[in-house]
Ligand binder design. Structure first.
Ligand code: OSB
Ligand code: MG
Length: 368
């Protein structure tokens, strides 16, 4: 495939409600979209970096800069590039996995649109629809939290994830368990807000029968996660710590986690995501698909990934309306707690042109 050029496009999407985590509050999503143009077809990718480097070191301005100066020239200078070649062509540039994922996805989308194959089929999806969980932000009060959870359960979400931080952990989890009972699938996500000194405190979550606790400790601390795993009964799941298949192999060997949250943007692409899925399956480690408040573009790709057989836990693949009043694509709508895997060529969805032009704040065309 010969790339004619790549368009970068920044859009602003207001969230339906502020989303608060232990690292900050989001009121709107500042999204960088990538459009790869080839003579045969065009393809889209979504960069999941956030405005500030709070979840990881990546942030949108840096993604634009590294794409424009390094990543895009390395792709457009290769006449025969295809989806499988992208990671290799970009490997010499360290980090910036979210930027690399957006480019790889857009190249794959173009390639698959040209060949008529769906993203799910390309990845090896085996399910036609996937069960969906929802990630519930930190709230101002327990009654406010219970109302939010009640609303999501009425909409059909099959699993609730509560964001936690020191001062908002045991009591909100207890309140949700008491109100909604032991029948709901419940888990917590700390986004690295604790240290190993907090192990006795985190052990107080043991009585609530959580599916897992996600990323309790620092991003770069596999050894202490292994120590924590021995001191609490709740299964430890890693998010931020796993940026590659090598990290996943190390975490499995060390016993740092028994479950992995796979977010393609965090690990450099959907092909790397599939490698982690395969490795985890071989070791009996459950995986599920995380999210980064994606628009319909990133959501389509995540839903396809979540349809692989090792994704045995519900993902943060919520419906469009959980995030946005107006999504960039046709909305993903929950049906009996599930989303349907798109079956059209490539991602199977594309931005609605009128919506896109309304919310675009900036574009740049980078010719080959
Ligand atoms: O840690 O999983 C996380 C959103 C932004 C950054 C990090 C995380 C999240 C979520 C929301 O939990 C997942 C989603 O619904 O997209
Ligand atoms: Mg997380």
């Amino acid at each position: 495939m010969k790339i004619s050029g790549i368009e970068l496009r920044r859009i602003d999407l207001p969230l339906v409600a502020p989303f608060r985590t232990s690292f900050g509050v989001e009121h709107e999503r500042d999204v960088l979209l990538v459009r790869v143009v080839t003579p045969e077809a065009e393809g889209w990718g979504e960069c999941v970096a956030m405005s500030s480097p709070l979840y990881s070191s990546e942030y949108v301005d840096a993604s634009v800069d590294v794409m424009r100066r390094f990543l895009i020239p390395a792709l457009t200078s290769r006449p025969g590039i295809d989806g499988y070649g992208v990671a290799h062509a970009l490997a010499k540039f360290k980090g910036h996995r979210m930027a690399k994922t957006a480019l790889e996805t857009a190249v794959l989308d173009a390639q698959l649109r040209a060949s008529g194959e769906s993203f799910g089929r390309f990845l090896g999806a085996t399910a036609e629809r996937v069960p969906c969980g929802v990630s519930v932000g930190i709230m101002n009060s327990i009654p406010e939290l219970l109302d939010a959870v009640d609303g999501y359960l009425s909409e059909g979400y099959v699993r609730i994830k509560l964001k936690i931080e020191p001062g908002w952990d045991i009591e909100p989890v207890r309140a949700v368990r008491e109100r909604f009972g032991d029948g709901i699938l419940l888990q917590a996500d700390a986004n690295a807000a604790y240290t190993l000194v907090d192990a006795p405190h985190l052990a107080k979550l043991d009585e609530f029968g959580l599916l897992l606790i996600e990323q309790p400790l620092a991003n770069d601390d596999l050894v202490q996660h292994a120590a924590l795993s021995k001191r609490i009964n709740t299964p430890v799941c890693l998010d931020e710590s796993i940026e590659s298949v090598e990290h996943a192999a190390a975490a499995i060997t060390l016993g740092s986690c028994s479950i992995i949250n796979i977010k393609p943007g965090r690990i450099g692409g959907y092909i790397e995501a599939r490698k982690i899925h395969d490795l985890a399956s071989a070791h009996g480690i459950a995986v599920w698909c995380g999210g980064m408040l994606e628009t319909g573009i990133g959501r389509a790709a995540n839903v396809a990934l979540a349809a692989l057989p090792g994704f045995t836990l519900p993902g943060d693949t919520s419906g469009s309306s959980r995030y946005y009043a107006q999504d960039v694509t046709e909305p993903f709508v929950l049906d009996d707690g599930h989303l349907t895997v798109p079956t059209g060529p490539g991602l199977g969805v594309e931005p609605l042109p009128e919506v896109l032009s309304e919310i675009t704040s900036w574009t740049e065309w980078i010719p080959a």
